[in-house]
Write a protein that binds this ligand. Sequence first.
Ligand SMILES: C[S@@+](CC[C@H](N)C(=O)[O-])C[C@H]1O[C@@H](n2cnc3c(N)ncnc32)[C@H](O)[C@@H]1O
Length: 305
Amino acid sequence: MSSAPSSTSSGVLKPDPAGAMDASSATPPASPHRALAAERARAYDDVYKGWHVKRITRESYEASTRFFLDAPPDQPGHLDGNELALAFRLLDVEHLSGRRILDFCCGAGRSSIYFALRGADVWACDRSPQAIHIAAESAKLSGVADRVQFCAADAQELAYPDCFFDAVFCQSALHILIDYPEVSTELARVLKPGGKAVFCDEALGHNPLLEIVRWVRRRKHVRCGGRTLRLGDLRAFGRPFAQTRIHTFNLLLQSKQFFGQAAHRPWAKFVLRKLRTADETMLSALPFLRRFCGKVVVEYARNAE
Ligand SMILES: C[S@@+](CC[C@H](N)C(=O)[O-])C[C@H]1O[C@@H](n2cnc3c(N)ncnc32)[C@H](O)[C@@H]1O
C-alpha cells in the first residue's frame, strides 16, 4: 500500500493531534459545527452498538446491493442498488487496482472493504469510533486489513495530505455533511487534480410526498441529524470544485420502498418494471420532473492541472 498517515496495528489511524479527534475525546470541540458533529457522533455510536462485525466478499457485497429487479429470485437485492450502480460506474470500480480511494463517512466499512477486494488502496474515515471499530474488525475478517486504513475523524478536518486521493466515495452522509461549510473545501484539498468525489443519497426536498415519508422516518434517528438536500445545497457544496453534475433517479419507482418483501413476487416485479419504464419515458420527455425524484448521485470534479 502507498505511503500514508501513520496507523496502529489494528489498521485504525490514530486521531490527528492537529484536530481530527476521536469522538470520545475529552477535549472540547473548537467550533459550533464541531460541537454539533461530536453530538451526532455519539448518537451514531449508539446506533452502531447494535451492529455486528461481518466477513464481506465481493460476491456477498454485490448480491446485497444489486438492484432488486435484476437480482436472482433467491437473493433479496438491496432496494437502493440502482444509484450505487451509477456511483460505481462514475468511480470506474472495474479499474480500482492501485488507485487511492477515500470512503468518506464509511460507517461499518462495507464499501471500503469492497473497494479493497477490488484492488484499491483504501482510506476510510467516520466520526463514530464504534463504526470504525466494526469496520476495522470486518476488514480483518474479510482479509483486507492491509489494504484499508480506518480513521475515527471529523469530516471537517481530514488528516490526509493535499492531492492524495484519486477518488472519494460517500454514501448516505451528504444530508448530514451539508451542515458543515468546511467539508467540501477539505475534500477538494485531498483530491488529486482531475479527481472526483461521488456522493449518493436521498434526493431532493422538492417533492412534498417524499418529505412526509422522510419526516416520519427521521423522527426515529433525530439525534443523528441531517436534512433533505435541495438543488441549491448541492451546488453550494460544489463551490470548491471545478464541476458539479447532479443525477436524479426514481420518480414513480420510488414507491418500491412500500412493497417490502412483496417486491420479489412476480406481480410486484411486473408492476415495478412498468414503473421503471414510465420513469424513463417521463424523465426524458419532461426533465423538470427530475427535481421530484427520490435518489441522487452527485459528482464533484477537480480540474486536471
Ligand atoms: C447514514 S450513515 C452512512 C454510513 C455508510 N456510508 C453507509 O452507507 O453505510 C452516515 C455516517 O456518517 C457519519 N458521520 C456523521 N457526521 C460525521 C462527521 N462530521 N464526520 C465524519 N463522519 C460523520 C456517521 O457516523 C455515519 O456513519
